[in-house]
Design a protein around this ligand. Structure first.
Ligand code: ZN
Length: 297
């Protein structure tokens, strides 16, 4: 028996990736009743028969499962942004970092179109330059600079894909489709196709699947939403900001929300430049949202 990962169910068969190839599997009779409960990303044990045929004998317990897209055992999320056109929306980035971390998925920040920095000297002098974003690296996040046009950084992204189940997230126009094509040219995704799929997904149920991309697996539908923060208590929010965690012990009040309280070590760290101003501003915006949402529960 070998262990593999379910890519999709289609036409009564289940396609499982194991030992570097895709197997066309049928289910043991006792599983048929649970048909609907299988998710792409499920770890399954299969018994090879002839050729690429096999049967699924066992499904392992899930480590996590995402709702959007509906995929199990997701390892990481590529948060894809562009250096220019569109400029990086750091509010969205900070929001996605919280959503991804909350479900136990590792975020990897990917900044595309870095080759266009010199063409946009105006931008290079502002906070939207690459240098203005590299502080995310100091917060412990993986931060990759790529250009799907020149191929810069693509090998490094491919390394991150290896043996992982990955979901893409990020605004439209940043080059998610181009990134997928650069990583796995055989997939030939048309520019814009990924974002169109996302839009369609809002209105109709569609089948999500995992694609073999490089030496890893990638969801064909982007995930996470810009609209909501996960449900949490107001005092939990600071825990999603890694740079706050070591500092907050020095606040005067142990219940400090780092907002209007006096003698707040977080605010002092913002003033001294130890904590990025944009991160603190987003913290304050998110805090208001969390408090507003709390009242509705
Ligand atoms: Zn404080």
């Amino acid at each position: 028996m070998i262990t593999g990962i379910l890519l999709k169910g289609y036409g009564g068969f289940y396609y499982v990736y194991a030992e570097g190839r895709v197997w066309e599997c049928s289910l043991r009779g006792r599983f048929r009743i649970q048909d609907q409960e299988f998710l792409p990303g499920d770890h399954v044990q299969i018994l090879p028969e002839t050729g690429i045929k096999a049967t699924i004998e066992k499904v392992n317990k899930r480590r996590n499962s995402l709702v959007r897209p509906t995929i199990a055992n997701v390892d990481q999320a590529f948060l894809v942004f562009a250096l220019v056109s569109p400029r990086p929306d750091l509010n969205l980035l900070d929001r996605l970092l919280i959503q991804v971390s909350e479900v136990g998925v590792k975020p990897v920040i990917i900044l595309n179109k870095v080759d266009q920095a010199e063409e946009q000297e105006e931008d290079a002098r502002t906070e939207n330059s690459v240098a203005g974003l590299e502080f995310y690296q100091n917060l412990g996040y993986d931060f990759l600079k790529v250009s799907t046009r020149t191929g810069q950084g693509i090998a490094e992204v491919r390394e991150h894909l290896k043996d992982q189940v990955t979901v893409l997230a990020g605004p439209s126009g940043v080059g998610k489709s181009s990134l997928v094509n650069a990583l796995e040219p055989s997939l030939e995704i048309k520019t814009g196709e990924i974002s169109r799929k996302l839009k369609r997904g809002r209105h109709t149920t569609r089948h999500v699947e995992l694609m073999v991309c490089g030496e890893g697996l990638l969801a064909d539908t982007p995930g996470f939403s810009a609209l909501y923060l996960p449900k949490m208590k107001r005092e939990e929010l600071a825990g999603f900001f890694p740079e706050f965690v070591d500092v907050r012990g020095n606040c005067r009040f142990t219940s400090c929300l780092h907002h209007k309280e006096p003698d707040c070590a977080i605010k002092a760290a913002v003033d001294s430049g130890q904590i990025e101003k944009s991160r603190y501003e987003h913290y304050c915006l998110f805090l208001e949202e969390v408090i507003t949402a709390e009242r509705r529960y």
